[in-house]
Design a protein around this ligand. Sequence first.
Ligand code: GTP
Length: 714
Amino acid sequence: MKKILITLLFLFLYSVGSIAKPLDLTKEEKGFIKDNPVVSIGMMPDFTPFSYYIEGEPVGFEHDLLNLISQKTGLKFEKHIDKWTTIYNSFKNKEIDMISSISYKKYREPFTIFTSPYYNIPIMIFVKDNFGEYNGLKSLTGKKVGVLKDVFYIKELEDLGSMNLIFYDSYDELTKDLVFGKIDALMQNLPNINHLIKKNLYNNIKLASELVLPNTNREDLRFGIQPEKSLLSSILQKSLTSISKREIEELSDKWIGSIKEYPGGHIDLNDAEKAYINTHTIQYCINPSGLPFEGLNEDGEHVGMSSDYYRLFEQMLSAKFELVKTKNWNQSVEFIQQKKCDMLALGMETPERKKYLNFTSHYLDVPLVVATRVDVPFINQILDLEGEKIGIIKGDAFVKILRGKYPSLKIVEVDDIYDGLDQVKNGQLFAYIDTLASIGYEFQSKYFGELKIAGKISENLRLSIAVRKDDVTLLGILQKVVNNITNERHRKIFTKWIPIKYEQDVNYKIVWQIVLAIVIFLALMIYWNRKITKANTLLKQAQKDIEEKNKELNRLALTDNLTTLFNRRKLEELIQAEIDKGYHVDNSFCLSILDIDHFKEVNDKYGHQRGDSVLVEIASVLKDSLRITDYVGRYGGEEFIIIFPESSIEDVKLIIEGVRLKIAQYDFEGIEHKTASFGLTAFKAGDTIEAVVKRADNALYEAKESGRNRVVVN
Ligand SMILES: Nc1nc2c(ncn2[C@@H]2O[C@H](COP(=O)(O)OP(=O)(O)OP(=O)(O)O)[C@@H](O)[C@H]2O)c(=O)[nH]1
């Protein structure tokens, strides 16, 4: 419980400390905001990370701070972004209401009201990572220490008199010289060096300590306000005071960050190599239009993956590299042949090039893809392109490789990637082959919806550092570099230049295409499945109907319409089946034919229809009087046949006698009693249908002849 209370108390005190204090403005101050909602402010364009540009947008700690103030007060800031001297003069000439990033100086008081500082920039001492232990300023005694010219703490440093101060014009040069070991330490403000380290991926310098001098304070950053605008200055001061510690910490975390120690990544060079590095500026050529691998930006500066690799080489070797500009890749290849440059950071090893270049082992392995118009089917293998015009950059190692390997391909050399892709777009070329990264990079801004990546070819582009053949020392140095570039470092450079946007644009496009294809495929499958299932159900139903119809047909084919007894055809089948059983004499089947006596009279007296109904009634008497195993059918007209399977003639005779009596006693409504005559016979070995029926018929004839209404056995 005690613990919980202490924790709650701690949280309470912490939150009190970090909660923003309310902004308590006077009536006059509120009136000022109402009358002057827009305030003009001078800010710097390159004061990283406080006020600078990212992709044309002004950003930084101070911009976010002004946003906070706007939220609290409702003031809007009209930003005049220009270099320090310009905004400082504008402020002094009262052309703008206020200025940011101003440090307190007594001489500025007549024309400035200062707010309290919103940031105090610490000055830091950085050393090379192999400096050894740093124990305060005495560790710098006799060492070369780089500082910016005219920096405000110079006097105090000079007064110490212990270190060898080297003066620089720019932060960039100062930092580079420490990285390359020209000086032992440097002093710089923290955010600035942090930015440079991050930008240049320097990894062989480390933070030693903050510079603390008795008479030098940290550089204070404040807002300066025109003295006539005292209400504005009090509003700003109140706003700054109301900003919580936590809000300021968040801003610092976002823009200034925490300094980290950068681990070294050094290479052991032998004396000859060290001498080479110290005496040479290494001249290099690039492909000026090969982004994201390498290229020149609008200002003609080297950018792309290889620019980061060169920076890394500089860092790892403490060597200086210098770009020799060329118009295109072809010219770069010519230049290195003419010894106008010493190396290419990204070159593919080919037998042709090996005549005048040495190559380190390869350190980049990138897939090659085929770009086509969107209406072209996907390409599974390079031979799908047979007979079609395919563009590849002139002088590219792949021109020779593909020509040698696939002579049937029509390879057309194009000037550069833009030429290649434009020709595909215009239909002059069927396809263009280049790396996935290069094509993807161009697809970000151009050709969207017009071109697509139609497939990958099995060959990969393997890139090494290519060095002039006569420069063996440089090759040895650079092979050591390649051996020492960590995967992490490769990954960092790769992910920096293969932008996420590209991943999204290209991969998502492909992913969406695949997803769409799958969805369409599944939809079609479902549609067809449903259709097939439906068709199957219908088919089954139809089959069932047919079966029933067939059964019905069968039944109809085998039964007599009027009496629903078996018909003659069925009777003959049944007789044959009995014959086929192969009865022995003592266990045979019997057959009887019966004929209604004087049936003609019924028709004549009562009509044919009544005759029919008499036939139906006699049929039902027959059915009712016989055993379940016996068969009865209408043989024709008023004649019926009864089959008695596995029966003796004696038994059957008794049954027939019973049937005869039943018929004779049957009351036909409206007409006199009727009788029937029966001929009966038993199966004899060798009997055919005709034979057995004939014998029964003869017996029937006898029955008729001998007076009717009787049973005669034959
Ligand atoms: N109503 C009706 N009469 C039928 C049918 N088939 C045959 N007949 C009649 O049955 C009669 C058979 O007559 P006959 O063979 O001369 O002999 P009968 O009158 O039965 O006299 P018997 O000599 O005793 O056979 C004929 O008049 C036929 O028209 C039938 O399906 N319906």
